[in-house]
Design a protein around this ligand. Structure first.
Ligand SMILES: *[C@@H]1O[C@H](CO)[C@@H](O)[C@H](O)[C@H]1NC(C)=O
Length: 294
């Protein structure tokens, strides 16, 4: 066997630095990128998405709604690529207004779980920043969790909310994990170079205090490449690159935290240029440039 020091010395000369993606996953929309009308991704487009995510070092994709047959398509694509899905049921209004939809989609999840297996799913989330009381949100989370457990589905269940909402009302992380969206850009007073510190030195300590012992997923963190600035937070392609680079390095600081980069591609159907331009793929050389320093 070759001497380790010698092998290291040779490697240092012949191998380029290995870029590592320290994010856990990437958040996705069910619409294809770059179109002004919401247009469902086809199975082939989900397959491309999952392969691109895998090749860039992401271990999971987050799905934020089951419209567009997205649970089935993303699960099939993730299974083929060998990555996992964080499955999110979307709730547009109050929990009460969405009860039938939620219950129907829990059945879709049960079907997908039986088809693709427990190991395909990181978690199931009921709602993303739902405009309802923590009590109403969590009552439904516990209802769904109890039902799924009774039929043998073991996937961790929670809801996703802003980190501020969870900090202020820890009932929101009372189920199986904390699912928190945390965007340095919108929280104001942060530059792109502070995106990583914002998550790991402000958000994560607050969530650890609010949710002791709970697994923490940062379900969204990213930066826009277009639109207006918010104080010192500048929306530009270079700032988005800088924020992703900075976040990727910060993810090394605490491996117990799983961060989803937001989001796979630009979503031009959204309300303004900031919201439209968090897309990552198609803009950067991720492994060769953005993730290379860490
Ligand atoms: C949230 O719900 C309240 C009523 O329950 C409504 O007045 C308000 O407009 C909603 N906010 C959003 C952003 O939808």
């Amino acid at each position: 066997m070759m001497n380790c020091k010698l092998l290291f010395a040779i490697s240092a000369f012949v191998l380029p630095a290995l870029a590592i993606n320290n994010f856990f996953g990437v958040s996705t929309s069910n619409s294809i990128g770059g179109t002004s009308s919401y247009t469902c991704r086809t199975q082939a487009q989900w397959n491309t998405l999952a392969n691109n995510a895998k090749n860039a070092g992401f271990k999971s994709i987050r799905v934020t709604g089951f419209d567009c047959d997205a649970l089935e398509r993303s699960s099939a694509a993730a299974a083929a690529a060998g990555i996992q899905v964080m499955a999110g049921i979307y709730v547009a209004g109050s929990i009460a207004s969405a009860i039938t939809q939620i219950n129907n989609e829990v059945q879709l999840f049960r079907t997908a779980y039986a088809k693709y297996g427990a190991g395909r799913y990181v978690g199931l989330t009921i709602g993303n920043e739902v405009n309802d009381s923590a009590g109403n949100i969590m009552a439904k989370v516990y209802d769904v969790r109890g039902y799924l457990r009774s039929v043998g589905v073991t996937t961790p269940v929670s809801t996703v909310h802003t980190w501020v909402a969870i900090r202020n009302d820890p009932a929101l992380c009372g189920a199986d994990f904390a699912g928190a969206n945390a965007h340095a850009f919108y929280d104001g007073g942060r530059t792109s170079g502070q995106a990583g510190d914002f998550v790991f030195k402000t958000v994560v300590p607050a969530l650890k205090a609010a949710c002791p012992g709970k697994k923490i997923y940062i379900t969204e963190s990213g930066w826009p490449s277009r639109g207006g600035n918010l104080g010192v937070a500048v929306a530009s392609l270079n700032d988005e690159r800088n924020a992703l680079l900075n976040l990727n390095c910060a993810c090394r600081d605490d491996r117990s935290i799983s961060v989803y980069a937001f989001e796979y591609d630009d979503q031009n159907w959204k309300g303004n240029d900031n919201e439209r331009s968090f897309g990552i793929f198609g803009k950067f050389n991720l492994l060769g440039d953005v993730f290379a320093p860490c």
